[in-house]
Design a protein. Structure first.
Length: 154
């Protein structure tokens, strides 16, 4: 064999060896990043205080969602969207209701921070607001009764 072919063979083996080593380094870097992420999460959970919003939930301080959370925390009970808007000092219109309901519903769907224990009513997971107690599931006693068909005024 010629010297050229011998050197080309050695070069080819080294290139293959380098590629294998680069793959190992790449895998090792991914593993290191995963371990670093785990450490960050452990640090976050160690510094989280009871009753605070979970550290991995992004909620802008001072936003309407943050203000809604504060109102519900203050009252300690689930609150209807109309009452929530009034407590926030906002006008109760179709647009404001739709806007805040949509924002809070996004958290409800992800099962983060807020719950919806009743239609148009929001509570907090951290306070255990999953159902509204003392709500009757029946119509009022006089519902459907009282007047005869011929007594209905037109």
């Amino acid at each position: 064999m010629s010297e050229r072919k011998i050197i080309e063979g050695q070069l080819s083996k080294k290139i293959t060896e380098i590629q294998a080593l680069e793959e190992k380094v790449k895998s090792a870097r991914v593993y290191v990043r995963a371990l670093e992420d785990i450490l960050k999460e452990l640090d976050k959970s160690a510094t989280a205080t009871p009753g605070s919003v979970e550290s991995d939930v992004s909620m802008r301080r001072g936003s309407s969602v943050d203000q809604a959370r504060a109102v519900i925390l203050e009252r300690g009970a689930p609150i209807h969207i109309d009452d929530l808007l009034e407590a926030l000092g906002r006008e109760v219109t179709r647009e404001t209701k739709a806007s805040l309901t949509g924002s809070l519903a996004a958290y409800v769907r992800r099962e983060e921070v807020f719950t919806r224990p009743a239609p148009s009513t929001f509570g907090l997971i951290e306070l255990g607001h999953f159902e509204i107690a003392d709500e009757p599931n029946e119509p009022p006693g006089a519902f459907g009764g009282g007047q005869e068909d011929d007594e209905i005024p037109f």
